[in-house]
Write a protein that binds this ligand. Structure first.
Ligand code: 13P
Length: 261
């Protein structure tokens, strides 16, 4: 059974305009190990600038967008579609990030429709799931993760896509660890990832579950990236704040480079 690719992804959130994106690409350290998928999620307005600057130095970095609407086009002021993201050169789309859920009120049902739209555009959804501190303290971790994953990967719903060769990435991002400096311990991450992998196995197939990368996100830094990535079931990291600085992002890439797994 094939094991998942290892992934280091950076979510810039609402940071870095086109000029800062170009400077970031120019300062990014190369080479990047071939067994690692490196992905950046810039703001949509900085996408073209970042893409051109990475291409100019032949950097093996794929790009994604942070958000799409589930329709392909229409009167939805301010939105972009998955088809547009694909045309612009994106390969990945973040879906269900806790900031979208909490600040913009995105529901599980909207997340499911977005994931469908992303698959329709032949892009890879990076489905973010994670519990709040209150939910964790109330021992509701599995209930919350199961509900968020199940909204998208209910029995049978996704297997057809996966059988056709499409890919899904899951990102476990405990809400209490995002932007707080608090990181889940490698054991906490493994436990949540093991649960998610088990549900994937149940709802898709053993092959799909085995090849679906499950990333950890929440205060990942150069100092803790290697330890997190060496934890069982952790296939990669989704980095927020520490992905904004080319030096710290390069150090994270180096820390999880060859030989750590
Ligand atoms: P931080 O790394 O800043 O905690 O953010 C994590 C995150 O939300 C990535 O999507």
């Amino acid at each position: 059974m094939s094991s998942p690719r290892r992934v280091v992804a950076g979510n810039w959130k609402m940071n870095h305009g086109p000029g800062a994106a170009r400077e970031f690409a120019e300062a990014l350290d190369l080479p990047i190990s071939e067994d690692l998928d490196v992905v950046l999620f810039p703001p949509s307005l900085s996408f073209a600038s970042l893409r051109a600057s990475l291409e100019a130095k032949n950097a093996p970095v794929a790009l994604g967008v942070q958000h799409v609407h589930h329709e392909t086009s229409g009167a939805f002021t301010g939105e972009v579609s998955a088809a547009m993201a694909a045309e612009a050169g994106a390969r990945y789309v973040l879906v269900g990030h806790s900031e979208r859920r909490q600040i913009f009120g995105e529901t599980d049902d909207q997340v499911r429709r977005k994931v469908d739209a992303v698959f329709e555009a032949e892009l890879v959804p990076v489905l973010c799931v994670g519990e709040t501190l209150g939910e964790r303290k109330a021992s509701r971790l599995e209930e919350v993760l199961g509900r968020q994953l199940g909204a998208v990967v209910s029995p049978g719903a996704i297997q057809e896509r996966m059988d056709a060769g499409q890919a899904l990435i899951v990102a476990y991002e405990p809400v209490w660890a995002i932007g707080t400096g608090e990181t889940a311990t490698p054991d906490d991450a493994s436990q949540a990832h093991r649960f998610l992998r088990g549900r994937l196995r149940e709802w898709t197939s053993p092959e799909t579950a085995a090849r679906t990368p499950i990333l950890y996100g929440g205060s990942v830094k150069p100092e803790n990236a290697a330890e997190l990535l060496s934890a069982p079931e952790v296939d990669g990291v989704l980095v927020g704040g520490a992905s904004l600085d080319p030096d710290s992002f390069s150090r994270i890439i180096a820390a999880v480079g060859p030989g750590t797994q």
